[in-house]
Design a protein around this ligand. Structure first.
Ligand SMILES: C[S@@+](CC[C@H](N)C(=O)[O-])C[C@H]1O[C@@H](n2cnc3c(N)ncnc32)[C@H](O)[C@@H]1O
Length: 364
């Protein structure tokens, strides 16, 4: 089997979690580098990475890496790539270029050179809505050409239409669940569930469903794709519910329910319109409270936020004996306002430009 350098991209800070997930999924010797994780594998690994990894944003395949200080050198190397081994003839493509600290500094001009090579090699059409995207990164005069095998970013699981305020991306939600040690075996409650991201990700984990089962990927249009080699588990699991969400906002509850239906996990989930002061353990078996409360900047006002975190801490301390808390926030002061015995927080992970951390407790 031909092996390639595979690059899984992710938000900064998430690399170790993604490497851990890649290893657990059976990909050998994943290595963290800035902005992602690399490992070596063949096409079946690439397909499976797209379908099964919850924490990766995209799966890229390295096509070539070379030094070029002039556009003519870049074009010569780009023409030397065996494009036909990767792309179907006459397909529609887009080239996305970025330049950093390099003699070639004009990304638009660099992009054009690669486009020319693709047009001449395969008769490709350049399109804004392409079948395949080629990424060109130029860093310190080293050019790296990669093929994006994902297409739409992998946090687009294919079933979320309804979103509430400040939703967390599925990939990030999955990473925080992983950091919290959640594997779908105990009950989970998100008492500020918004559009239901944590609850749905958790229910999918409990049901053993692959995150990409309901979506398409760019690799499906590539010449070597073998659909039979990648069975998709589209079972609709039965209850009883294990993953619960509540929110004070009725629109959020409607959105969560609709998203859970579309994801096929409605039987494993339950949502209630409820303010934080009114939450109670949804099951007698203790589990995990996983929550991403509002934090400054995006929604809410600071003083109210301190009161909200205080109320969350009080309710959990009074009613959730035996449960663990895992809470995502950008503000150490707000985390502290829960007055709960918090463990050392996780490293910061980028959430739309804002560094957020996971704060956890042992069993309360
Ligand atoms: C940052 S959003 C959560 C987003 C969610 N993780 C998602 O992916 O869509 C915070 C949520 O907290 C809810 N919320 C704010 N104050 C609340 C309260 N006192 N009780 C219950 N929910 C509250 C908001 O309605 C909002 O949906």
């Amino acid at each position: 089997m031909q092996r390639y350098d595979i690059f899984l991209t992710c938000p900064p800070g998430l690399e170790p979690v993604l490497a851990d997930e890649a290893l657990a999924t059976g990909f050998m010797t994943p290595r963290c580098i800035k902005g992602g994780v690399t490992f070596q594998g063949g096409w079946p690994h690439i397909w499976r990475a797209n379908l099964e990894l919850r924490c990766a944003t995209r799966v890229l395949v390295r096509l070539a890496s070379f030094q070029a200080k002039q556009l003519s050198q870049l074009e010569r190397h780009a023409r030397g790539v065996d494009w036909a081994a990767f792309l179907p003839p006459a397909c529609s493509v887009a080239v996305e270029a970025s330049c950093r600290k390099s003699r070639i500094y004009h990304s638009g001009a660099a992009q054009e050179r690669v486009e020319l090579a693709l047009q001449d090699a395969l008769g490709c059409r350049i399109s804004a809505a392409p079948t395949v995207t080629i990424k060109l990164r130029i860093d310190h005069d080293i050019c790296t050409l990669s093929l994006d095998t994902s297409g739409e970013a992998l946090y687009m699981r294919g079933h979320k239409q309804a979103v509430g305020k400040a939703p967390i991306r599925e990939t990030l939600a999955a990473a925080f669940l992983r950091l919290a040690g959640y594997r779908g075996q105990v009950p989970l409650l998100d008492p500020m569930c918004g559009s239901g991201t944590f609850v749905i990700e958790a229910a999918e984990l409990a049901a053993g469903l692959s995150p990409g089962r309901a979506r398409h990927f760019a690799f499906e249009a590539l010449p070597n794709h073998d659909a039979s080699a990648l069975p998709r588990n589209t079972n609709t699991p039965d209850g009883p519910p294990l993953c619960f969400g509540s929110d004070r906002n009725a629109g959020a509850i409607n959105a969560s329910q609709a998203n859970a239906e579309r994801a096929g996990v409605a039987a494993l989930t339950e949502f209630h319109q409820r303010s934080i002061a009114d939450i109670v353990p949804p099951t007698s078996q203790p589990g995990l409270v996983m929550v991403n409360p509002p934090y400054g900047g995006r929604i809410g006002d600071k003083r109210q936020l301190f009161a909200l975190y205080g109320a969350l801490g009080k309710v959990l301390a009074q009613r959730f004996a035996g449960w663990r808390l895992a809470m995502v926030t950008s503000e150490p002061g707000l985390a502290k306002a829960t007055s709960l015995p918090l463990l050392e927080p996780s490293a910061a992970i980028d959430h739309g430009g804002l560094p957020v951390r996971l704060y956890q407790t042992d069993q309360l």
